[in-house]
Design a protein around this ligand. Structure first.
Ligand code: SF4
Length: 303
């Protein structure tokens, strides 16, 4: 029996589902029950009524969100070291300090935060719905974290005053994309359109034809008549784009844009995670209760 067959057998036997982020390795995406971005994964985790186990092939904060939203299911992450560095840039005590500094202002936190920080905010958002979430608030000023670049994007699109916390929150992978390099590639591929993630710098976002979350980039590629695309997000997305659009060409705007944390998950580790039920993701009740409210408020905002 191959590893993939073993995973399928165990998944059935244990009533488990495998959720995978768009940045996962191609061979994981190919066997996952669902592949998507953070909001899609959150929704899917909530919709799964029959599953007893969720294997969450992504990074720590996403698996935590699944555990928070599914207190009746066992959630496992295949690699303990799969941690998002950006999520660790805004600890809960810092959120509390910022709240003290700006009393009364609503706090919106990107899902790329740890559960303790989520528990301190009013509502969560993803890169797909950040603008909608901020617009849904009856406030002209909003505290927003932890990604400065997404905060910039939200400020441009909502016209609201965004207090970006912490001062220098960023995604190390998306910071690798450079404006000059993309302009150079545009000369090389004059018929290509540029689609980037809002975690890229404002300079990179400003020269793009489209800025959106990973799933929004997939939707854009499906619906656009363009045949060639320069993609400014983690290179794992190229697999899904090519699979869904065999007649189109996708070129990474920087082929070294690899999130090493996401790539810690492998088929072997997924197999072991299923077999040995490792590594469990748990969130203390007192934290989970508050964080769940912030996540549920987000999910309740129409798509
Ligand atoms: S791509 Fe960036 S934001 Fe996403 S998990 Fe990796 S480090 Fe975190």
């Amino acid at each position: 029996m191959t590893l993939v067959d073993e995973i399928r057998r165990l998944r059935k036997q244990k009533k488990a589902i495998l959720l995978a982020h768009n940045y996962q390795r191609p061979e994981i995406q190919d066997i996952a029950d669902y592949v998507g971005d953070s909001i899609g994964l959150c929704r899917r985790a909530m919709e799964e009524k029959d599953a007893k186990i969720i294997i969450f092939s992504a990074v720590d904060f996403m698996a935590e969100s699944a555990a928070i939203l599914n207190p009746d299911k066992k959630v496992f992450i295949p690699s303990l070291g799969a941690r998002c560095p950006m999520a660790h840039m805004l600890p809960a005590e810092d959120v509390r300090l910022w709240k003290k500094k700006h009393p009364g202002e609503p706090v919106v936190l990107y899902v790329n935060t740890l559960a303790e920080s989520k528990a301190e905010c009013d509502v969560c958002c993803t890169s797909a719905n950040a603008v909608k979430v901020v617009n849904s608030l009856d406030a002209d000023t909003v505290i927003f974290g932890p990604d400065n670049n997404l905060a910039w994007n939200v400020q441009q699109k909502t016209g609201k005053k965004i207090i970006s916390i912490p001062k220098d929150g960023f995604c190390p992978t998306h910071l690798l994309f450079q404006e000059e390099e993309i302009l150079f590639l545009k000369e090389e591929y004059p018929d290509a359109v540029v689609a980037v993630h809002p975690e890229c710098t404002p300079e990179v976002q400003s020269i793009a034809d489209f800025v959106g979350s990973t799933s929004q980039i997939c939707e854009y590629a499906r619906e656009s008549s363009a045949k060639k695309y320069l993609i400014g997000t983690e290179v794992g997305i190229i697999h899904r784009l090519e699979k869904e659009n065999p007649d189109k060409i996708f070129i990474p705007a920087y082929d070294g844009a690899v999130c090493t944390n996401m790539k810690l998950n492998t088929l072997k580790r997924i197999y072991l995670s299923l077999k040995e039920e490792r590594y469990p993701v748990t969130v203390p009740d007192s934290v989970a209760r508050k964080a769940r409210k912030a996540l549920e408020r987000m999910v309740a905002i129409p798509k």
